[in-house]
Design a protein around this ligand. Structure first.
Ligand SMILES: [Fe+2]
Length: 360
């Protein structure tokens, strides 16, 4: 059921009883009117009712319109004030003295017929102004609510990011443990190579840093160097642990370890980036290596680096079938192999780095 809009209420202030009656008749049906014969009576009425419209009469010399206008501004600041006055200049002076706004000035009694139209226009403008204020209030409340929600979301995102970062660190640590565990499994098969994987990783990182290997790929390269011989898991113990020289067929079996390692790595997601180093670390610069007979820069860079690190560690450590070779000889051996077994540029980087460390 539709509700009729609230009836607007007007206060008409005039010294003349007759004028009050006329003005009420003019406004009948448009607003409900209260009448007051002077400012004292009018001010008293403000205590009892809220007025939407106040019509004031100003008749010099004994007019109290200024006081009345001031009182209206204090008691009904939103009311539409219409000032009936014979002189426009006097009306503006009153407005200035009262420091209050008059909606419209109206001349003598002959202009009173305009009053309904002025009141209607004033009420319409006031309604629009109220709607505008409500809209501004609503928008500012919505804005504040959105800001609160945004802050809350920020806090949640920060918290989740922190959790994810912590989980990522944990996951990386778990991955590292798993990969190092695999490396230990390789060494467990061949106790004579104990510590070999870790040392190859150390030489690999030294050479990689010296030759400007991409920093973001350094961690993968480190793991690849740890696991380059993972394929030895698939080599028969009789061959892997044989203390004497291998027969040709045994060598053939041993030479399968890069391919076996590659096959293992291809099945494990986190090992896939390491496949080139695992499969090709026994390729030779001159193309006579295995398993793919790659040559020069066709050999993946990670494999060329691990190849040098692997050979260097084999030279500097004792094995059952040979004694460790002194550093200077190792470096000379690497240099002699540059361009044949090893990438010559990488050999130079490595030797300079080791000489710089005072190890040659
Ligand atoms: Fe190997």
């Amino acid at each position: 059921m539709l509700r009729s809009p609230p009836v607007s209420r007007a206060l008409i202030v005039h010294r003349s009883e007759v004028a009050l009656g006329e003005l009420r008749d003019i406004l009948r049906g448009r607003v409900e009117c209260d009448l007051a014969r002077g400012s004292a009576e009018a001010i008293g009425r403000f205590a009892d009712a809220d007025y939407d419209v106040v019509v004031l009469d100003h008749r010099p010399p004994d007019s109290d319109a200024t006081e009345m206008l001031r009182a209206t501004a204090a008691a009904a600041p939103d009311a539409i004030v219409i000032l009936m006055t014979p002189g426009r200049e006097a009306a503006e002076r009153i407005e200035e003295q009262a420091d209050a706004r008059v909606f419209r000035f109206l001349g003598g009694p002959d202009q009173r017929w305009q009053l309904p139209g002025i009141v209607a226009e004033g009420l319409r403008l006031r309604r629009i102004e109220r709607e505008r204020r409500e809209l501004v209030q609503k928008l500012s409340a919505d804005h504040a609510r959105l800001q609160r929600r945004e802050k809350l979301l920020d806090a949640v995102v920060r918290e989740r990011t922190k959790d994810l970062e912590a989980a990522y660190v944990d996951l990386k640590a778990a991955n590292r443990q798993a990969l190092l565990g695999l490396a230990q499994a390789i060494e467990a098969k061949d106790p004579y190579t104990k510590g070999h994987c870790a040392r190859v990783a150390e030489h690999t990182l030294t050479l990689a840093a010296a030759c400007g290997y991409p920093a973001e790929e350094m961690e993968n390269l480190e793991y690849a160097s740890f696991l380059h011989d993972i394929g030895k898991i698939g080599i028969k113990d009789a061959v892997l642990l044989k203390p004497s020289a291998l027969e040709p067929c045994e060598w053939e079996h041993m030479r399968q370890h890069p391919v076996v390692g590659d096959a293992i790595a291809s099945q494990i997601e986190m090992l896939k980036p390491m496949r080139p180093a695992i499969r090709n670390h026994h390729e030779r610069w001159d193309g006579t290596g295995y398993p793919d007979g790659m040559k020069g820069h066709d050999i993946p860079l990670a494999a060329r680096i691990v190849c040098i690190a692997d050979a260097f560690d084999a030279m500097i450590t004792d094995r059952p079938y040979k004694r460790a070779i002194p550093y200077p000889e190792c470096l000379n051996f690497l240099r002699r192999g540059a361009g044949r077994q090893f990438d010559p540029e990488l050999v130079e980087f490595f030797c300079r780095e080791r000489i710089g460390e005072g190890l040659d």
